[in-house]
Design a protein around this ligand. Sequence first.
Ligand code: UT7
Length: 338
Amino acid sequence: MKSINSKGIKAAITAVSGYVPSDVLSNTDLEKMVDTNDEWIVTRTGIKERRIARNPLEPTSFLAIQAAKQLLEKKNLDPSTIDLVIVATATPDMQVVATAAYVATQIGAHNAFGFDLQAACSGFLYGMSTAASYIESGRYKKVLLIGADKMSSIVDYTDRATCIIFGDGAGAVLFEPSENEYGFEDSYLRSDGSGRDFLAIKSGGSLYPFDENTYEEGGHNIKQDGQTVFKNAVKNMADAAEKLMTQNDLTGDQIAYLLPHQANKRIIDATARRINLPEDRVLMNIEKYGNTTAATLPLLISDFESKFSKGDKLVFAAFGAGFTWGAVYLTWNYDYNN
Ligand code: UT7
């Protein structure tokens, strides 16, 4: 729904940063681990390599903190002025406690509250809508939204249906009241809970708590029916982008860039085709990071920040476990060099 704000406050992204671990896991490395090959992975997914946080002392919070600290430095921002920290993640440090609370404390955001947002690969997309709503309410001035996932902590590196896709990373954006007419414009968000049978970690929740068998069965690892996920992703990501554009009277030639969730290049290409966007206006970094789940969108913004100009119309689209999916439309708020 298009947000109509009686207070006249518009929310905008005013800073961005990204962090990926330095260790690279290439397709050639994976050839030595499972029955696969570089040519298959590149043709079927577009991924050449991904980053892995091999150090067990570097969980999701570590990735999130690195991204957040970079943002604070870049923006010269006093962390005590932050009102809220949201961490979108499917791989929280621990069950029950919010990773965001720990991240907020570690970066010195002592006046903030923090919570996690779990919508898997759509987490950051949903998070943009959530963060914008807090700003639009007029009650909060600075919301730090982080997408962070240590997918290597839940991937079974003998399962070629998942290990070739996922990587680790984090990205952070700051939402503030816009000082011009640009910022968060609209969203189209959906979910379908019947999708949980096709992409999930089965054990460890209240439905199938860990027991003596769950580890043996690999219930602690992420599993997917790749083809079912793929078909739903192609349909729903493209549908969401198209519907969002229709409800905002937007045509492909008005869009500066599409920033799609980076799960598979073929899903991205299908979405771009549906909204008539040529390749040079579709942003991708999947070849170097793979699918970093909630981190793909902020890492895209961070990698391509220098390309954006004030007023550029950007469309984001994502699809993930749940199933969850949707699209967000925002007009970019600042010029890179100012
Ligand atoms: O963000 C949301 C999270 N996940 C996704 O969005 C993932 C969505 N799914 C996908 O990206 C794709 O389904 C995969 C990349 C996981 C798999 O690609 P696919 O084109 O759907 O492969 P497939 O499962 O249909 O298998 C095609 C063939 C099969 O061989 P045959 O039966 O045609 O001889 C598989 O055995 O490719 C084989 N195969 C592989 N070969 C080499 C499947 N996985 C691999 C592999 N390496 N890793």
